[in-house]
Ligand binder design. Structure first.
Ligand SMILES: C[S@@+](CC[C@H](N)C(=O)[O-])C[C@H]1O[C@@H](n2cnc3c(N)ncnc32)[C@H](O)[C@@H]1O
Length: 483
């Protein structure tokens, strides 16, 4: 292969670093917490696996009305949620919080919308032990009082006396009843499609209303954390909400490495932004219940979005791995999302750390080609890449968010950002537009033909449905918040 057709991997930093033993220990102990704060009535204990399965179907259906209003006020649903969905959500969110190394200064206020059984507060307690002695205020909002009260009892059983450093206020009601704040962290976990009142078909108005409600409550230095299941419904909703949030003046901090339109929103792109990782460290009691409920749990997935009013210095070389590795003739590949669209990175031996969710820094080939099947920019990594990646780049350690922030430094600190639209000859242009003299995105082509399972697209990234345009900020943007 000629040198100008090869890329060069500089680093690949996993986001989902190995599950820490403390998380496994906390979840092992969580059965005690559940039995202490919410002992099961005999009839609910016997019917638990069937209740879990039924609720799972209601929560994950792509179409239809979704679960009934106030579904968690039903005692069988509540028990199923607490014993199954809650510990799995604590696990998924803890893995993410660990990788992002989310920090909250002393005295911070947190708003958790659609809080359910206080999943966020419990995950923060488990995943970020350094926060336990800080004075933090949580305002938790949900339409259902009983699930919040159960969550508060669970938090008390989990944290004991030490938990008194955190004040927890429960607000029962819909989204617009949330106090104004400002809050250093505004979060919504696994609740957005319910809060937006739809099932993947939320109109632009509903998303705009949610975006306004979220950003309107953020402190100037605040962060917004949204986590959804890694389903098409969850990933698609976040990608569309991202556009609305950018119009409110927020910038993606993670997982996106850019603020261009999401390439995965292109109509012909079949996949959606989400991440998967092995479910290591799950306690036997939870694995058993999952088994009885016939819900396979070797891997977990999630979609997420971390945004704030700080404009990062997005680097052209950065991308985020949005698939798992898949077989290709003569090697393997992964898809990564970058400002210029989706990149197909190919290699013979998998470079260390090149996993779903990893933040990748790689030089593209001088004259990149598009994959005719998918339209992705092809980036064959040179033979030396695996060794280099191994030697130079350990998996992302705690402090990942700081690392990510360093990767995307505030404007003016690195000065190497090119203005939007300034295409470089031989480089893919921004927003997936074909480069002059290059072939455009493939118009047709079977999904991942010849590439095995797991790739995102049937056809390449067409131009994303951009509402934003031009350098410097979103069209109609209200500008950086409070800056
Ligand atoms: C799937 S649960 C997620 C709970 C929790 N955040 C978690 O991750 O485990 C969704 C929550 O959103 C709440 N919810 C749904 N629609 C709501 C609305 N319109 N206003 C307030 N809460 C709502 C439900 O009562 C439920 O507790």
């Amino acid at each position: 292969m000629q040198a100008d057709t090869q890329g060069r991997l500089r680093s690949a930093r996993p986001l989902f670093i190995q599950a820490p033993p403390e998380l496994a220990a906390a979840l092992e102990d969580y059965r005690r917490v559940l039995h202490t704060a919410h002992p099961l009535k005999t009839k609910h204990g016997a019917g638990l696996p069937a209740d879990v399965k039924r609720l799972s179907l209601a929560l994950t259906a792509e179409r239809g009305p979704g679960p009934q209003a106030n579904y968690l006020s039903n005692p069988a649903n509540l028990s199923a949620y607490l014993y199954y969905f809650l510990p799995w959500n604590i696990y998924r969110v803890s893995r993410l919080l660990h990788g992002l190394a989310l920090d909250l200064p002393e005295g911070s206020s947190v708003l958790d919308l659609g809080c359910g059984p206080l999943t966020l507060a419990q995950a923060l307690w488990i995943a970020r032990p350094q926060l336990r002695t800080r004075r933090l205020r949580f305002v938790c909002l949900d339409q259902t009082g009983s699930v919040m009260r159960a969550g508060k009892a669970l938090f008390e059983a989990l944290a004991g006396e030490a938990g008194q450093a955190w004040s927890i206020e429960l607000v029962q009601g819909p989204l617009h009843k949330a106090p104004q704040g400002p809050f250093q962290l505004v979060a919504a976990l696994n609740a957005l499609n319910e809060l937006a009142g739809g099932r993947g078909e939320e109109g632009r108005d509903a998303l705009d209303r949610v975006a306004e409600a979220l950003t309107g409550r953020l402190a100037a230095d605040g962060r917004l954390l949204l986590v959804e299941p890694g389903t098409r419904l969850g990933g698609g909703l976040l990608a569309r909400l991202r556009e609305a949030l950018m119009e409110e003046g927020l910038y993606p901090q993670a997982p996106c490495t850019h603020d261009a339109p999401c390439p995965m929103l292109a109509p012909r792109w079949r996949s959606w932004c989400h991440f998967t990782f092995p479910a290591e460290g799950i306690p036997a009691w939870l694995a058993r219940l999952s088994d009885y409920a016939d819900l396979e749990k070797d891997r977990v997935s999630l979609a997420f979005l971390l945004m704030s009013g700080d404009q990062p210095e997005y680097k052209d070389a950065n991308s985020r791995v949005v698939s798992h590795r898949f077989a290709l003739p003569g090697g393997q590949g992964i898809y990564a999302c970058a400002e210029d669209g989706i990149r197909l990175m190919t290699f013979v031996q998998p470079p260390r750390g090149l996993l779903s969710g990893a933040l990748v820094e790689a030089e593209l080939p001088e004259s990149p080609m598009r994959d005719p099947k998918t339209g992705a920019w092809v980036c064959p990594l040179d033979a030396a890449a695996p060794g280099e990646a191994k030697g130079q780049q350990p998996p992302e350690a705690p402090g990942g968010l700081a690392r990510e922030a360093a990767d995307q430094q505030p404007k003016g600190q690195t000065g190497d950002r090119k203005p939007h639209g300034a295409g470089v000859p031989g480089r893919p242009p921004r927003s997936g537009r074909p480069a002059p003299g290059k072939s455009g995105p493939a118009k047709t082509g079977p999904a991942n033909a010849g590439y095995g399972k797991g790739g995102p697209a049937k056809s390449g990234p067409a131009k994303a449905g951009a509402r934003r345009a031009g350098p410097g900020g979103p069209k109609g943007s209200k500008g950086p918040r409070g800056k």
